[in-house]
Design a binder for this molecule. Structure first.
Ligand code: E4P
Length: 218
């Protein structure tokens, strides 16, 4: 499973990219607003740090303006993946940009029917938001299972399932069990995946015993 990081914070991205585990980045207008920085500058900078797809979201809601925004974003770097919302205008824009060879991430997906439409529109990624479904008492992971099953029934579908709105390591593990292609993780979730108290305890004991030997490896 690929790991994308869900942030527009360049310092976090640099730090996490150094782990060698980061395959791409997703941003959204709320994450960009948090940085207080200029959107286009941030996207360019992220694209230089991470060679994989960097999702940058359009903010218009009509097809013509979305398309113009998407083309402008795509021209920033070869790894920009234009993000469009799952609306009729968004999917129309997705189709045109995909036909032009631009990667498109269709965001704000909350149903399997929407995911079918995105695949038909040629999306590179579909982003079902699991955490926001959990928040309203639905099971976000059930949606991932449904989409993975539907896409698998049509080998010609190349759209990758990108699990979004991830709230903790359990979401990542469930997504991996279901065979989702990608999970986009807030930085704290990636850091949380490393953690286990028995790892810390075990390492502490190994190091204490090693110190008793008085040896060094180097
Ligand atoms: C995905 O691309 C979105 O940016 C993100 O996962 C939204 O997550 P949230 O529901 O925690 O805001």
């Amino acid at each position: 499973m690929k790991f994308f990081i869900d942030t527009a914070d360049v310092a976090e991205i640099r730090d996490l990219a150094a782990t060698g585990l980061v395959d791409g980045i997703t941003t959204n207008p709320s994450l960009v607003a948090k940085t207080g920085r200029h959107f286009l500058e941030v996207v360019k900078e992220i694209c230089e740090i991470v060679p994989g797809p960097v999702s940058a979201e359009v903010t218009a809601t009509d097809h013509a303006t979305m398309l113009a925004e998407g083309r402008k974003l795509a021209a920033l770097a070869s790894n920009v993946c234009v993000k469009v919302p799952l609306t009729p205008d968004g999917l129309k824009t997705c189709k045109v940009l995909s036909d032009e060879g631009t990667q498109v991430n269709v965001t704000l997906c909350f149903s399997a029917g929407q995911a079918i439409l995105a695949a038909k529109a040629g999306a590179s990624f579909i982003s079902p938001f699991v955490g926001r479904l959990d928040d309203i008492g639905q099971d976000g992971m059930e949606l991932i299972a449904e989409i993975v099953e539907i896409y698998a029934a049509y080998p010609q579908i190349e759209t990758e399932v990108l699990v979004a709105s991830v709230r903790g390591p359990a979401h990542v593990i469930e997504a991996a069990k279901l065979g989702a292609d990608v999970a986009t993780l807030p930085p704290a979730v990636l850091r949380g995946l490393y953690k286990h108290p028995l790892t810390d305890k075990g390492l502490e004991a190994f190091l204490a015993d090693w110190a008793k030997t008085g040896q060094t490896i180097l």
